[in-house]
Design a protein around this ligand. Structure first.
Ligand SMILES: [Zn+2]
Length: 241
């Protein structure tokens, strides 16, 4: 079991102040993916979230060779403020979603996000996939030895937001003008620019050049990734420069 928490960073998030009021998650729904806990405003969106899980999670589990189970707790908060008040890691307030220790917390897909002040409105369907993103982290948490953060994050982004990150890459990679080496991504994940974007691109590079079946191997034998460094740098240069 890992001790840190995963969250969706969406490149660079901003801070916001939040007001104090209490609102509880009075509703619950048991599913094969876990127990959803939510407030009245999400009576319908919980069905859409479940549908996104039905569509994606069994497929992802097959590809990563990890089973899902119904022990996961999925809390859907009616607002960014109520999420911030109950968040499992207070350093990550104002993120849209977070996971750790078998629990996922997310802001209702119907409610505005702090992050949207900076990056613009995120559409409802993409918001549903924040749950898929965190669920991938929960699946990876089940492995006996956790992989480096760049592999964990890259795989979660790959399965939940491939189109979003490919678009981000086409707009930003060249401007960033820095390609982290595989070693930098492993050792200095938090210090490289746009770490989630480069983690995604690394996983996309592996899938494009080695095949999707390599992901399950990489997760279990992450030390093998350094051999790809030369090809990785060339791949990014050729594709985005
Ligand atoms: Zn993540």
């Amino acid at each position: 079991m890992r001790t840190f928490f995963n969250n969706i960073t969406i490149l660079f998030l901003i801070g916001l102040t939040y007001s104090c009021y209490s609102q509880e998650l009075n509703y619950s729904l048991d599913t094969k993916f876990g127990e959803f806990r939510y407030s009245v405003i999400d009576t319908n969106s919980v069905k859409d979230l479940l549908q996104a899980c039905e569509k994606e999670i069994p497929k992802i589990c097959m590809e990563l060779k990890i089973d899902f189970d119904n022990s996961v707790i999925i809390e859907i908060y009616p607002s960014q403020e109520s999420y911030n008040r109950s968040i499992i890691n207070s350093d990550l307030k104002n993120s849209p979603a977070i996971s750790g220790n078998g629990k996922i917390q997310l802001v209702s897909p119907l409610s505005p996000l702090a992050a949207e002040r900076k990056i613009g409105i995120i559409n409802y369907k993409d918001r549903l996939y924040f749950l898929v993103h965190e669920y991938v982290h929960i699946l990876i948490d089940k492995l006996e030895n956790p992989p480096p953060l760049c592999i964990d994050e890259g795989i979660a982004c790959y399965f939940s937001s491939r189109d979003f990150y490919l678009d981000m890459a086409s707009k930003n990679v060249r401007q960033i003008n820095f390609i982290p080496s595989v070693e930098q991504m492993i050792i200095n994940y938090k210090k490289i620019p746009a770490p989630d974007l480069f983690s995604f691109l690394f996983i996309d590079f592996i899938v494009q050049t080695q095949g999707k079946e390599k992901l399950a191997v990489l997760l279990r034998h992450p030390n093998n990734i350094k051999q790809y460094n030369g090809n990785w740098i060339d791949y990014i240069k050729n594709k985005y420069y």
